[in-house]
Design a protein. Structure first.
Ligand code: DMJ
Length: 610
């Protein structure tokens, strides 16, 4: 106390003796010292200050002050945009004209994929591009035709629009009455989703027809016929819901018999049972018949009552008991799109976001907190952020395994943060919470990991599954083969996981992240991935093939072109390189097979029951 009082008194004393004249002299001396010190410190001043200084010196009356203040720093010589791109492909943006030509390359890839399918497999579900024939791996409804139609409309590939819509008009109704067993989920997301999106983009849905931004000159399909086929298909698929003793639908439907049954083990995948609502709700809206929406929404209302692990759910559910089976929790296969549709169904019904569907956003939010708490880890040595698994539930061990399928999550997290508008606009309007920003950051970190799963391999294409090196887990494993990747020791790829099926999830997330953050790196990453697909999966006679091993050069091929390569992968790449006004994310929601459906904005536009 005594010391403090002495110090205070002495300070007061000093202040009292300090005159204005002395103060001004001190100020002048300090100013001179500051100027001399900074004259000799080129490069020390930040770029922003440097710009302001440079602008000031363009005025004629201050050349001397310029020389005295500081020398301009040495800058690298100016290069034309193409040279900048070549020298530093990932850090600098490609010129805008480049994106138009890259988008054209994606369109050409789509035409090449279609030509293989049309020439050797028209009407089959999928093309086997190496043996040049078709195969019915999805029940025989011409899944590639329907999955491709809206992509062709969006890209303006008129020949494909004509061929695909004619095939649907001439054949699909007949096939529905003749074909046997199909999987409810796959048929809903690919075939029903494809028909509904093509219906909308063909102008069938006049109430919501003007927001897509797809050029009106593009050729369209016959919307009345598409609606008719959609209803016939949905009426048959609805049996999976109505014949189940619980709200959880059976996984399989026999189309010609109009019957449904459980899978042989009696179980449904959680993601499959819960990824149906966007499609049936939209069909109710355009048909005016609420039955589709009612059945599909019962599933999510049922899910709401089940116990979860911090919002996370096991990957199997029993349609006979309505309860989960086992404890395996993951966001990869059989779990993935449950989380995606919690958010997207809420997004789709804008009018009900704060009322009857609020519970969906709450379930989504809780689940994402669970992901962050229980599943997100960082690798060693380089700190890549990834989402692992809990194969034996909360009390079992953590597995540092991530399916490529998990790479849908960055896109979903980004959409959940801004609800489809740009980050810039959301910030300007004070719409982002701390949690939104945290989720957006996680989205960006995970997207980085997903692209590194590509860049770490010899082909530049991702494996189906990767394992990550973490603290305390000494189990090593084979790497991806690209020894120049910084992450070659962070990511391990086991021999049985080295295949690539032309999957879309990473480019899907790059597309959403580019739209939301406007950061050009997402386009550059997408371009690198597209080039790798072109180099290693293109088949000369038409089509693209899956690969058996992405870590070996040349990569052994697998004789299959999945329908989602045309329905999703190429569509997302095309949209990534194009204008953001096409299918804006605050007006459209993409189903899990990349079929865009309009967001229903007002009560009059929906038949959803409150
Ligand atoms: C697609 O059929 C869908 O994206 C689904 O949700 C997951 N699997 C494939 C693509 O990988």
């Amino acid at each position: 106390m005594a010391t403090q009082s002495l110090f205070t008194n002495s300070s007061k004393y000093q202040c009292g003796k300090f005159t204005v004249g002395k103060f001004l002299s001190l100020l002048m001396v300090s100013g001179l010292i500051y100027l001399f010190a900074h004259k000799s410190s080129d490069g020390f001043v930040s770029g922003e200050i440097h710009d302001k200084v440079e602008n000031r010196h363009t005025k004629k009356d201050s050349p001397k002050i310029h020389t005295f203040w500081r020398k301009p720093p040495r800058l690298p010589p100016r290069l034309p945009p193409n040279e900048i791109y070549k020298n530093n492909s990932l850090l600098l943006q490609s010129p805008p004209s480049e994106w138009a030509s890259r988008q054209k390359k994606v369109k050409e890839a789509f035409e090449h994929a279609w030509s293989g399918y049309r020439n050797y497999a028209m009407g089959y579900d999928e093309l086997m591009p190496l043996s040049r024939r078709g195969v019915d791996g999805l029940g025989g409804l011409g899944a590639t035709v329907v999955d491709s139609l809206d992509t062709a409309i969006i890209m303006g590939v008129d020949d494909v629009v004509s061929e695909a819509s004619k095939w649907i008009e001439d054949n699909l109704m007949k096939k529905l009455s003749e074909k046997g067993q199909v999987n409810l989920f796959e048929t809903t997301i690919r075939v029903l989703g494809g028909l509904l999106s093509a219906y909308h983009l063909s102008g069938g849905d006049k109430a919501r027809g003007s927001d897509s931004g797809v050029p009106v000159t593009s050729k369209r399909a016959n919307p009345e016929r598409l609606l008719e086929v959609s209803k016939d298909l949905a009426d048959r698929l609805l049996l999976a819901f109505t014949s189940s003793p619980t709200a959880i639908p059976f996984s399989d439907v026999v189309l010609r018999d109009r019957t449904a049954h459980a899978a042989p083990d009696g179980l449904s995948s959680t993601s499959e049972a819960t990824t149906l609502q966007l499609e049936y709700s939209y069909l109710s809206t355009i048909s005016g018949d609420p039955k589709y929406d009612l059945e599909a929404m019962k599933v999510l209302e049922h899910m709401r009552k089940l116990p979860t692990v911090e919002g996370l759910v096991p990957i199997y559910i029993n349609p006979s008991s309505g309860q989960f089976s086992g404890e395996n929790i993951r966001l990869g296969s059989r779990g993935d799109s449950y989380y995606e549709y919690l958010l997207k169904v809420w997004v789709q019904q804008e009018k009900y976001r704060n009322t009857s569907l609020k519970y969906l956003f709450e379930m989504y939010t809780e689940a994402m907190r669970g992901v962050k708490h229980l599943l997100v880890r960082k690798t060693i040595p380089n700190g890549l952020v990834f989402v692992g698994e809990l194969p034996y539930g909360r009390n079992g061990g953590f597995s540092p395994k991530m399916d490529h399928l998990v790479c849908f999550l960055p896109g979903t997290l980004a959409l959940g943060a801004t609800k489809g508008i740009t980050k810039k606009k959301a910030l300007e309007n004070h719409l982002l919470t701390v949690e939104d920003l945290e989720n957006l950051q996680l989205a960006e970190d995970l997207a980085k990991t997903c692209v590194e799963m590509y860049f770490v391999t010899s082909t530049g294409l991702a494996p189906e599954i990767a394992y990550f090196h973490i603290e305390g887990n000494s189990e090593g494993g084979p790497d991806g083969g690209n020894k120049s990747s910084q992450y070659v020791n962070d990511i391990m790829i086991k021999p049985l996981d080295r295949h690539n099926l032309l999957r879309p999830e990473t480019v899907e997330s790059l597309f959403v992240l580019y739209r939301i953050t406007e950061d050009p790196k997402y386009r550059e990453w997408g371009w690198r991935i597209f080039q790798a697909f072109e180099k290693y999966t293109k088949v000369d006679s038409g089509g693209y093939s899956s690969l058996d091993d992405v870590t070996n050069l040349p990569p052994p091929r697998r004789d299959k072109m999945e329908t989602f390569f045309l329905g999703e992968t190429l569509k997302y790449l095309y949209l990534l390189f194009g204008e953001s006004s096409i299918l804006p994310l605050d007006k459209y929601v993409f189903n899990t097979e990349a079929h865009p459906l309009p967001i229903i904005q007002s009560a009059e536009q929906t038949s959803h029951s409150v």
